[in-house]
Write a protein that binds this ligand. Structure first.
Ligand code: NAP
Length: 282
């Protein structure tokens, strides 16, 4: 393997340690950062994610409240829950765990979250702020990618970056963050023609597609930093969007799955919660 492995576990551990220190300082000033998570229904993956978030908060000293609503809860009940959390002075961050059951309108709920408590960074106000280069809550996964690049001294300034994927939670904010860091950014998607030609130009290649082993070695520029956001289950095993073994022989840096970007997402959620508490200052 030629590429340097980007160790998401180690970077996430460092970030969480820093957060624990800052949280203790804030508590000493009389502010206890508080994250409220709303979980609707019994989706097993969501239950695991929420438990992991809860545990990470507790470890860092951040107060965590999980509000569990029934699978068949009404839109009104969910919206009332979010409004109550918006009005609750003790709550600094609000997260509605996605996906919601089919009968609920996700977009309306996300729109209701107070943008200053929107630690997932999904509110249009925060996407707009990110786009305008203003301080914003940024979705945790792309924020985590930037932290990984920083930890390995991969400076996007002046580099060519290619992001495969244009979702609102990964691809688009990822591209905006790379652009803000002065990379020359191309966003690719399912209608992109000659994808490999474009990706071969990338000094930094981010794959956020959701297709196992989609990025092959011949799509990668020798020495490139390859960041794999994908999480796919193949025969019960977690794999990324990048054909890890083959691409490792070509890339300069590479993130594994698991143990790469996924580790960063919760760490950055804690960062956003801490920021929300610091900004409010009470
Ligand atoms: P998504 O909303 O399904 O978006 C996937 C994107 O990939 C879309 O923009 C789609 O293009 C593009 N795409 C699909 N097929 C393509 C192809 N053949 N060529 C080029 N582009 C193609 O997914 P997402 O929410 O962004 O998530 C992407 C992956 O990241 C998933 O595996 C997800 O599980 C993972 N993820 C990981 C974390 C983490 O913590 N590590 C967090 C979030 C997501 P169109 O727009 O044209 O359809």
């Amino acid at each position: 393997m030629a590429a340097t492995l980007i160790d998401g576990r180690a970077v996430a551990r460092d970030v969480k340690e820093r957060i624990a220190v800052k949280t203790a300082e804030m508590i000493a000033w009389g502010i206890t950062p508080h994250l409220a998570v709303v979980l609707v229904g019994e989706n097993p993956a969501s239950q695991v994610y929420v438990r992991n978030k809860e545990n990470a908060c507790i470890k860092a000293g951040i107060r965590s409240t999980v509000i569990r609503l029934d699978e068949d809860c009404t839109q009104q009940t969910l919206e009332d829950t979010v409004k109550k959390l918006n009005d609750d002075e003790s709550v600094h961050g609000i997260l509605v765990q996605l996906p919601l059951p089919k009968h609920l309108d996700e977009a309306s709920v996300l729109r209701l979250i107070d943008p200053d408590k929107d630690v997932d960074g999904f509110h249009a106000m925060n996407s707009g702020r990110l786009m305008n280069g203003q301080p914003a809550f940024v979705p945790c996964t792309p924020l985590g990618v930037m932290e990984l690049l920083k930890a390995y001294d991969i400076d996007p300034n002046g580099k060519r970056a290619v992001v495969i994927g244009r979702s609102n939670i990964v691809g688009k904010p990822m591209a905006m963050l790379l652009l803000a860091a002065n990379a020359t950014v191309t966003i690719c998607h399912s209608r992109t023609q000659n994808l490999a030609e474009i990706t071969r130009d990338a000094d930094i290649l981010v794959a956020a597609v959701g297709r196992a082993n989609f990025v092959k070695a011949d799509m990668v520029k020798p020495g490139a930093a390859v960041i794999d956001v994908g999480i796919n289950r193949v025969d019960g095993k977690l794999v990324g969007d990048v054909d890890f073994d083959a691409v490792s022989e070509v890339a300069g840096h590479i993130t594994p799955v698991p143990g790469g970007v996924g580790q960063m997402t919760i760490a950055m959620l804690l960062c956003n919660t801490l920021d929300a508490a610091a900004k409010r200052g009470r």
